[in-house]
Design a protein around this ligand. Structure first.
Ligand SMILES: [Zn+2]
Length: 303
């Protein structure tokens, strides 16, 4: 991958920062946002703030407010999407796009691409220790409208998927862990993979920056977009960044409390302290004052 300044870079229209309001933002989130903002700047893309609040049980108002407070405190820019929590609830919550998600689910049913599944998590785990779905309900004819059933996508098309990246495209099959992945959850709500594809296409996102841990999700989403014939999504460029780890080698996000920005602010940390802490985690020794300095350092590491 070549990020050197001076070389002409491919232009993109739009990328997004897409936090889930199920906890306070932590250093791992900020690391990802900084990479997104830096790549957006480099490629002339606008940044959309898209808050994924589909999981209404976990989404809390305090966490939504925290997203705005933290982005503002760290001066991370965004050009489109809600400016505050009220505007979010009023215009941008995923609740307002429910019709789009259900329309896609109807489309999938009409294509006979789905089957209903009443397996419990433990039953799936018992059938396969890795937790991959082994197709138990594929031919059982579980009614779609039965209570407590999820809807799964039949993933029997082995044609490889193409992931466009900032470098060469990567061609791969759907990973086993995504076999017959869920597109509608047992509670009747659309699943993350479906909502994410529909949203990104709806908003015209053509550059997606996310952690390497979401690589299997990217393949699942491309698979779904192919079934739905969403050509624009299939052309999306992806940048999967490595994950930074905490002192014990844990994912930074896992070491929760002490890495939340809210906590660090209460401890009196400044913006530069927070950016410098992320830099140190990534092995950068310089002091870092702002997101662009940090992002430039981080991208130089992947050169
Ligand atoms: Zn099943």
């Amino acid at each position: 991958m070549d990020f050197s300044l001076g070389t002409p870079v491919r232009p993109f229209l739009r990328t997004r920062i897409a936090p889930t309001p199920s906890g306070y933002l932590h250093l791992g989130n900020i690391y990802s946002f900084v990479l997104t903002a830096t790549l957006a700047q480099r490629h002339g893309a606008r940044i959309l703030l898209r808050i994924d609040d589909l999981d209404r049980q976990r989404a809390q108002r305090a966490y939504i407010q925290d997203i705005f407070d933290t982005l503002n405190f760290l001066e991370i820019p965004w050009h489109e999407g809600p400016r505050n929590a009220d505007e979010f609830e009023r215009e941008y919550s995923q609740v307002h796009r429910m019709e789009l998600y259900h329309k896609a689910l109807t489309e999938l049913r009409e294509k006979q691409a789905l089957f209903a599944c009443d397996c419990s998590r433990s039953k799936i785990q018992l059938a396969d220790a890795t937790g991959a779905y082994t197709g138990h309900c594929r031919t059982r004819g579980v009614p779609f409208d039965a209570p407590e059933v999820s809807w799964r996508l039949r993933t029997d098309n082995d044609a490889p998927l193409t992931v466009h990246t900032l470098g060469e495209p990567v061609v791969e099959g759907l990973p086993r862990e995504q076999n017959d992945f869920v597109v509608r959850k047992k509670d009747g709500d659309p699943a993350y993979q479906l909502a994410s594809v529909i949203d990104d296409e709806h908003f015209g996102v053509d550059l997606i920056v996310r952690g390497m841990d979401l690589w299997p999700s990217t393949l699942a989403q491309l698979y779904l977009a192919r079934v739905l014939g969403r050509e624009k999504f299939l052309e999306t460029t992806f940048y999967h960044h490595p994950l930074i780890t905490g002192p014990g080698g844990d994912k930074l996000s896992k070491s929760a409390g002490a890495t939340s920005i809210q906590y660090l602010r209460k401890e009196g940390k400044t913006r530069a302290d927070i950016y410098t802490a992320i830099a140190q985690n990534a092995g950068i020794t310089e002091k870092v004052e702002n997101w662009l300095e940090l992002g430039t350092h981080l991208l130089a590491l992947t050169r």
